[in-house]
Design a protein around this ligand. Sequence first.
Ligand code: LLP
Length: 414
Amino acid sequence: MSPLCRIEGVLHYEGVSLERIAATWGTPCYVYSRAALTEAYQAYERALAGHPHLICYAVKANSNLAVLNLLVRLGAGFDIVSGGELARVLAAGGNPDKVVFSGVGKTEVEMRAALEAGILCFNVESESELVHLNRVAGGAGRSARISLRINPDVDARTHPYIATGLKESKFGIPYDQAYALYQEAAGMAHLRVTGIDCHIGSQLLDTGPFAQALERILTLADRLADAGIRLQHIDMGGGLGVRYGEETPPALSDYTQVLLRQLAGRAEHLIIEPGRSLVANAGVLLTRVLYLKHGQSRDFAVVDAAMNDLMRPSLYDAWHDVQPVRARSGAARRYQIVGPVCESGDFLARDRDLALAEGDLLVIGSAGAYGMSMSSNYNTRPRAAEIMVDGADAHLVRDRENIAQLLAGEHLLP
Ligand code: LLP
C-alpha cells in the first residue's frame, strides 16, 4: 500500500503532512516511509519462507544509514559493490556475515577491507579477479569465500543501460567458461568455493528471464556437484521491477514462486539481492515550484529539484509520477517539469497536465530507489536532505548539504 494519502486536500506521507515537512526542512528533500520499507521487506521474507534464504539488499539503490539500519533491524543482509558501501553497512550495524560483494572492479584495498570484516562471499566476475583475490587473501592470512558471477546470456528485456545478463555486457563470467574456472578456483589455496551467482538486469517486468537464468545456473551447479564441487548457496541477484506508472511488474509471489519451484528439494540456500523493489515505492522527492514560464510552444514549471537530485528521467528517460501536494482548482496546462541545471536534458517529467502556481509543492513519486544514491553536486548544488516518516513522526536522516562542505577539500595552486 502506498504511504501517500490526501487528508483534507493535502498530501501526507504516512501520517505526516508533506507541507509540514517542507516547512521544517525545506526543499528539495527525499522523504521515506518506515512502514512501506518494512512492509516491502517482510513481504519478501514471507514469500521466501518455504526455502532457506538470505535477502541481501542491494545497497546502491538507497544507501542512507537510517534505511540500512532499518533493514538491519529487520534481519536483512546486504549486497555491496564498493568499500564505501561496506563501510556504510558496518556503520549501520550490519552483520558482515550477511554481506556479499559484487562488482567487476574490486580493488585490493576493498578486498582487504572485506576480508578483514569477514564477509559472507565475494561474487567474482573474472578470472583475473579470482587470481588477484587469491593472492590478496593469502597475503592477509585469510581464506575468501567465493561465488562466480555467471553471465547466463539471457535477455532481461529491460532498458539497455540496466540489462546485465547478455554476453555483450561487461558483467559476469561467460557461461561456457564457468565450469573450467570453478575447477581452477577450487584448487586455489586461499579461496573457498561456496556459491554461484548471477544478476541479469534491473526493472524486469516478466519472470521468464529469471526462470531461464536459474535453469542455466542449476545445470551448471549439477555439473559442478558431479565433479565434487558442492555449492552452499545460489545467488539470483536482484532485478524485480516496480510500478512507476503503467508498468505491470510480476507480483512478488509470482517471482519468488518461479525461483522456489526450481529450487524445491535442493539443499542450496537461496540468496537474492533486491534493491529497487524494496525501496522505490517507499520514497518520494519533494520539490517546490520556483517559476512558471508560459512559452509560445511549451509551458515550463521550473522547480527547485533537478537532474542532479534525481537523474533517472534524464539518464533513462524514466517516467515518475508528479502530484501537487495541495490540489488547486483552475485550468490545467501541459507542463514540462524542469530544474535549474543548465542543460536541456534537465527535466524531471514531461507533458504533465497540472494546475500550478508559483510556490506550490510537488511530489515526484517512486523516488526511493536510485534517487538520492545517484545524486551529484553538478552545478555546485548541495545535495538534498533526507527525512524518514514513521507514523505521525518525521525524522531528519540526512542533513541538507551546505556550500562550505562542497568547497572543503579543494585547494588553490601555491
Ligand atoms: N545485484 C547486482 C549485482 C546489481 O548490479 C544490482 C543493480 C542489484 C543487485 C539490484 O537490482 P534491483 O533489484 O535494484 O533491480 N540506476 C538504475 C538501476 C541500476 C541497477 C544496477 N544494478 C535505475 O535507476 O534504474
